[in-house]
Design a protein around this ligand. Sequence first.
Ligand SMILES: *Cc1c(COP(=O)(O)O)cnc(C)c1O
Length: 308
Amino acid sequence: MTTTCASMGIINEQLAIIQPLASGWYAPYVATVAMLRLDMIHPTISGNKWYKLRYNLQLAREQGYRTILTFGGAYSNHLVAAAAAAKEYGLQSIGVVRGVHTTAERTDTLKDCSRYGMQLVFASREEYARKTDAIWLQAMAEQYDNPYIIPEGGANEQGVKGAADITKLIPIDYTHICVSAGTGTTLAGLRQALPTEQAVIGFVPMKQGSYLVNELIPYLSPKQNINWQLYDKWHFGGFGKWNDELIDFMNDFNNSNNIPLDMVYTAKMMYGVCQLLAEGYFAKQARVLCVHTGGLQGNVSIADRLAY
Ligand SMILES: *Cc1c(COP(=O)(O)O)cnc(C)c1O
């Protein structure tokens, strides 16, 4: 195994350009809306997932672990990113999958995980619900090579620390930074590291997602715990749910801006941004930067509906 592996070589951060949207999309409401294209940094380890994983994988290696174990659903961007990144780091990976899927029922996401060498362990929903229970985790650790355990979504201190690195790509002259929030780990890293004059707005793609506020606060130092908020109204029926209106929005958005969105996270965020623009939420001189957190691998399940 090579020792010079790749903590920088895995992804290409230079591809994470800031792309202004077509002015017709935001005029006359604000000065600019642009997207930070984290979806470009790697074909599989896209967007924010890399940032949330990198310090976890680094630590796992430094502490002499051979294996990582993490969690996700059958469409999880985190799981496939973890599988790919672990492989790059020369670590074995185990993915605990929510729900039992026979071989015939494997999603493309799960097939990709296997392709990257991840060993999949299927857990019933009841079992999976114990994913943060110390006793269950201990039993899993004994069964699977005493792995370094990364929580679902990379939601831990290392994840927040990695997400904070995203702010190095964010210029100071943007007044509002928009991001989709699943576990909220990425948002926490952004809020923790951005100057407090820059507002951070999170868009939660699930119903009643504002409970996340309480999950996020522990990651924020008191002085950073200002000028951020969460919207949970643009969920389109719940996590992973979509309808014709959202699909039309995605196709229109790509037509206007040549930027593909994913249906689980970034499409709902941009739909929300569009609503906030029309409601006059932003001042006219606002400069809005939306973080494209990737997730495009998940679009294969609706490929026949998308014009891209
Ligand atoms: C995982 C994911 C998110 C959510 O990130 P959190 O740090 O869990 O809030 C947002 N967007 C995309 C595309 C994702 O894959």
